[in-house]
Design a protein around this ligand. Structure first.
Ligand SMILES: *Cc1c(COP(=O)(O)O)cnc(C)c1O
Length: 416
């Protein structure tokens, strides 16, 4: 049971009661207006009206709390922020225009010249580009270690390390970072642990409960869940979120009210969708693991995956639709290797259901060849370092009937 801040309730909920998570996902964070709307309203307004000149002055000088301008706050954006904060178990959430906007905000809010940012090697490509291209020249030191290698993290800590940053599971090999270990390591070294929780979502992993200080989201993936809008968010303590909020408001990295509304509705079904995604992914991974033309499957749900035990420990179990526990919640991104690029392209081009696109976290399954798309800009050496072989295929397992997804993959694999 989660006890709620009364100001964060839907007015349909009695604030003196605690509510379970799925109730918060459907109803948390929104204040119904006097119009009595049942579905949340979209406030498409850039500014707000005051009762008098004195009232306006009070809003600007901070004597009164309230909306001033939608680059700062907007009621629809706030509802999304409150609902996501409830699901992640954080005091406050700050929404951003995209996932990259959240990562940019993180750098500007928590790092300054002379600081060291210690990152996992296994990161979304644009995150690496942002750090290396824009923050290194500003005097922020950046270095990278394997996300699953606790000893490497420990050895790379410097006196000026202020932020440890990782994704777990990572893209595209679904590698797992030990978040409880990393939060201890960060805190004994006066640093923050910041976790991009995009692949797991709060439905299967709550980094703040494992000791992380800030959770980052690209809401464009599973939180939207249908590939419609871009959005991002940071979640954490009031103090850390106030720093992020100042950056977003001043830098104009704000989320649009329409996108906030789509994401707010996405949260209502997030955990149900994640259950179905994870169940389908478990079955697809077992099929791939048994196929003679598949050389390797990267999926932490498989018992022989090196991070299987850590993933089991830090991913919350999900109940399946019938109420029983599903085999495990390991996310729904599955990487697998065939012999070479020619074979990989053959498997991809043989699909008739799965979309050939680099987006992920969609109801529609998607398939991509990282070496020639998402990781194309890396040098061959960097690709080897990142474990992106020419035969690697990344699959985002969607919500279609799993038998059709498996048949779609079998078409290409059986004819290799
Ligand atoms: C897509 C993605 C991002 C960037 O998010 P955008 O919303 O596209 O800006 C960041 N991290 C991960 C893990 C992602 O998959």
């Amino acid at each position: 049971m989660t006890q709620l801040d009364p100001n964060w309730q839907s007015d349909a909920l009695d604030p003196t009661l605690g509510f379970l998570e799925q109730t918060l996902a459907v109803r948390g964070g929104y204040h119904r207006t006097d119009e009595g709307e049942h579905s949340e309203a979209i406030f498409t307004t850039s500014s707000y009206v005051y009762a008098s000149a004195a009232d306006a002055a009070d809003h600007f000088n901070g004597n009164k709390k309230g909306n001033v301008y939608s680059r700062h706050t907007n009621p629809t954006v706030r509802a999304f922020e409150r609902r996501l904060a409830l699901l992640e178990g954080g005091e406050r959430c700050v929404a951003t225009a995209s996932g990259m906007g959240a990562i940019l905000t993180m750098c500007l809010a928590y790092l300054k010249a002379g600081d060291h940012l210690l990152c996992a090697k296994q990161l979304f490509g644009s995150s690496v580009a942002l750090f290396d291209t824009y923050f290194k020249p500003l005097g922020i030191e950046v270095s990278y270690v394997d996300c699953f290698d606790n000893a490497a993290w420990q050895a790379a800590i410097q006196p000026n390390t202020r932020v440890l940053y990782c994704e777990s599971p990572s893209n595209p090999l679904a590698q797992i970072a030990d978040l409880a270990f990393l939060s201890n390591l960060a805190h004994t070294n006066d640093a923050l642990l910041i976790v991009d929780n995009c692949f797991a979502t709060p439905a299967i992993q709550k980094p703040l409960q494992l000791g992380a200080d800030v959770v980052i989201h690209s809401a464009s993936k599973y939180i939207d869940g249908q590939g419609r809008v871009l959005g991002g968010a940071l979640v954490g303590s009031d103090e850390l979120m106030e720093k992020a909020f100042t950056v977003v408001r001043t830098g104009g990295i704000s989320l649009s009210p329409f996108n906030a509304w789509a994401l707010l509705k996405g949260l209502e079904t997030l955990s149900l969708r994640m259950k179905a995604h994870c169940e389908n992914a478990n079955q697809v991974a077992s099929f791939l693991a048994k196929h003679p033309k598949v050389q390797k499957v990267h999926f932490s749900g498989l018992a022989d995956h090196p991070s299987h035990e850590v993933a089991k420990r830090q991913h919350t179990a999900l109940k399946n639709v019938a109420g029983g526990e599903i085999t495990g919640a390991f996310g729904a991104i599955v990487g697998f290797e065939v012999a070479d690029q020619k074979s990989a392209w053959h498997v991809i081009d043989s699909t008739k259901v799965i979309s050939i696109t680099n987006n992920l976290g969609d109801a529609k399954s998607t398939i991509t060849h990282p070496a020639t798309t998402t990781h194309f800009r890396m040098t061959p050496e960097q690709r080897v370092e990142a474990g992106v072989n020419d035969g690697l295929i990344r699959l985002s397992v969607g919500l279609e009937d799993v038998a059709d997804i498996i048949a779609d993959l079998a078409r290409g694999l059986d004819s290799l």
